[in-house]
Ligand binder design. Structure first.
Ligand code: PGA
Length: 258
């Protein structure tokens, strides 16, 4: 059984004082939750502060991005080693805001995935179609192309690969209040799992956690988590308010997941 993962992506929000209150709230809100993982991805400069606040809890820490080189003259960039050294276990890669606002290509994201795996950070690889691609029936084609491009570092047909996580985030659902329906999410998640099964093996596919992201709220979390291939969520806006994120962490397992 895959362990659900509830991840909060704080994006370029919070500052030194608000992030502490939020981190404290996440620790309190996930207290006693044993059957699922919780993770937060604060902005880079706040990672050490948040880490201190998470000490003694089971909440994981992630970077929102990183550079693919080990170190060097890359002004403004952050390396995998830096993330590890402040307590990160995971890193979000290929978020649609990185792709669309900062021009990240599948090739660059693939280099980042490779470096993260070499260094022992678990990549949370984001994929997702734009509205016009969904409307023209190209969703699965786009997802497959992104998976091909961003995971070519993994090679093909291997029985075992290091842990990585995929987040399906339809671009049209991010920050828009228009979430994918549980059925739309399930369709793409099942497709991703099948892709991984064909490319690697049954056990790799069965063990892969696939998160949904895009306007997740307390109102839609239970329906999403009831889908057999939805193994968690990557939450933006609703992770910034402690009440709503606490409710999302404490989603009610229903249907086939129970
Ligand atoms: P949202 O963002 O929950 O605000 O739609 C999700 C994300 O970008 O990961």
């Amino acid at each position: 059984m895959r362990r659900p993962l509830i991840a909060g992506n704080w994006k370029m929000n919070t500052d030194a004082s608000t992030c502490l209150a939020l981190a404290r709230g996440v620790v309190a809100g996930s207290m006693g939750v044993e059957d699922r993982d919780v993770l937060v991805a604060p902005p880079f400069p706040l990672l050490p502060l948040v880490k201190r606040e998470l000490e003694g809890s089971r909440v994981f820490l992630a970077g929102q991005n990183m550079h693919w080189e080990e170190k060097g003259a890359f002004t403004g960039e952050v390396s995998a080693q830096m993330l590890l050294s402040v307590g990160c276990t995971h890193v979000v890669l290929g978020h649609s805001e990185r792709r669309n606002l900062f021009g990240e290509s599948d090739e660059v994201i693939n280099l980042k995935v490779e470096r993260a795996l070499i260094k022992g950070l678990v990549p949370i690889l984001c994929v997702g179609e734009r509205l016009e691609e969904r409307d023209s029936g190209k969703t699965l084609e786009v997802i497959e192309a992104q998976l091909n491009g961003c995971t070519s570092c993994l090679g093909k047909g291997r029985d075992g690969i290091p842990e990585f996580i995929v987040a399906y985030e339809p671009v049209w659902a991010i920050g828009t209040g228009r979430n994918a329906t549980p059925e739309q999410a399930q369709e793409v998640h099942a497709f991703i799992r099948e892709y991984i099964k064909e490319r690697f093996s049954d056990p790799v596919a069965e063990g892969l956690r696939i998160l949904y992201g895009g306007s997740v709220t307390p109102a839609n979390i239970d329906g999403l988590m009831a889908q057999p291939d939805v193994d968690g969520v990557l939450v933006g806006g609703a992770s910034l308010a402690i009440d709503s994120f606490t409710r999302i962490i404490n989603f009610q397992a229903q249907g086939q997941r129970v």
